[in-house]
Design a protein around this ligand. Sequence first.
Ligand code: WT7
Length: 635
Amino acid sequence: MNPYQIESLEQYFQVYNESVQNPEQFWGQLARDNFQWHKTWDRVLDWDFHKPEVKWFDGAQLNITENCIDRHLKNRAHKTAILFEPNNPKEPAQHITYKQLSEKVNRMANVLKEQNVQKGDRVCIYMPMIPELAVAVLACARIGAVHSVVFGGFSATALATRINDCDCKIVLTADGGFRGSKTISLKAIVDEALHDCPGVRKVLVCKRTQEQVVMQAGRDAWLEPLLEAANSDCPATIMEAEDPLFILYTSGSTGQPKGMVHSTAGYMVYTAYTFKNIFQYKEEDVYWCTADIGWITGHSYIVYGPLANGATTVMFEGVPSYPDFGRFWEIVEKHKVNQFYTAPTAIRALAKEKLEYVTKYDLSSLKVLGTVGEPINEEAWHWYDTHVGKHKSPIVDTWWQTETGGIMISPIPYCTPTTPTFATLPFIGIQPALRDAEGQEVFGKNVQGRLCIKFPWPSIARTIWGNHERYRETYFSTFPGNYFTGDGALRDSVGYYRITGRVDDVIIVSGHNLGTAPIEDAINEHPKVAESAIVGFPHDIKGNALYGFIILKEQASAEEQKALKAEINQQIALQIGPIAKLDKMQFVIGLPKTRSGKIMRRILRKITVGATDELGDTSTLLNPEVVDSIIEGAV
Ligand code: WT7
């Protein structure tokens, strides 16, 4: 029996039990048998969730790109590694083989070296979904530089914050990016961001849209000539297992985003192992994850997980609605995609359109369908199952987080029977626990609680860049001794988990994790705003949309209010990005607060859905009188 490939439910239970009864033995053997090491570890696992500290495979030496690229050159040199599908369907797709990928990554790595990028240096990557983005990520890993990819939809201010937080000296970008019928002027956004980033000394620019850009002498250079001149051979830098591989930002309960730090060996082992099993990837398969590499889903399940398995991974530059709502299915037919992984928000948006957009394509290649990013509602699940999977492709509802690095709770297709809206069972090695508000673990079936993880897994983020105390406080202080996810969940009569949503101040909009605090900070920057509070309310397509309750410093006429609303959304788009704009705004005279001054978002949430008879006892509020006036003005 090969534990690297799970093939039945029975085997899943058997391997799962081994993995929790003897984790060191289990992960040690899995890592030894399936990956390439320069030196194996002194110890498989060292951990203390109180400190907190987690180390996997400590003492081992490796380079992740040797595992993702070089070792495939023997048998898969001419296999497509990255299948690039451009935004414009008329532009030909690119099939980049493992051999070509190797050359590209080595050249890019040499370019970085020439720019004096050294092991441990942070490199900011702000690029569209083109092959060079994946190449840049891997080139950093090749030389031990720590990549920090910033999603191309983030604004200049958000980019600057992320560049400065981890002190990047170099930025890799493109002139612009294509997204549907729009182009995004990435270089211009970088230029604006760099006004506030004195530490950046070099910007390398890849050509994509051919738009006019300003190149600052001394600082900016075009990538293509440098790549051409560079040597196509670059020896991999030998890394320690626990050396940081990348930083990826996620929003949190303060305005400052959290730079989650992932390390090398554990991340590699876990993303590869989950990819292999949760998508049941077979050698000839074509796998497609529609995420952007700017998010963790793209890091783990477009780049590292698939490539570590020698897979063919599709990279799509565009959006599901361009040139029409059939684009995803057209691509599935064109490239005979076998595994397809997307977000509930995309499914809901496509389900609203004419069915012909799906039915006109041949989707018979599909074997596994995946979803990630937010709870999937029953209707969307059935639409996906019926019209895309034709009831023959199992749906893997995969629950995980930026912080967990890899998928944590998910069915294994063709093994685990699925139930709509349930992420089902913990993956191998994952030990979930539900806890009540007092912190007691709730055991048994048909129970709910806050979702925690009791035991480390190889790809857990090791710290928050530059702020280990915030890491401890955010994830390990609510339930001492456990990792707290911030999500609520229930466990049903067969032990399946269903994620019910966030229990903290994070709102998931279209699958994007948005903290209320940074948005409120952005709103409050408007000179006419005194205070604000954001809550989520249910939205057909986005899952949640944002509702802002805003106190103005002075009264404003109806006309002025209209203008203010536009200005406030503009401010949010500038400071964070268009994804964080508010769908609804209401100007209020006060916000309901506890006696200790904490905003009672629970009450605001009820008001947004008209559930005013469920407000509970408001008399203990500091200012109960504001509630009626807020109800009256609700939009
Ligand atoms: C939060 C993490 C992990 C990649 C994308 C999101 C929610 C994620 C599911 C799912 C219900 C889900 C959780 C989680 N979430 N997947 N299958 N069912 N909720 O990463 O931005 O770090 O967000 O997304 O609330 O905590 P992220």
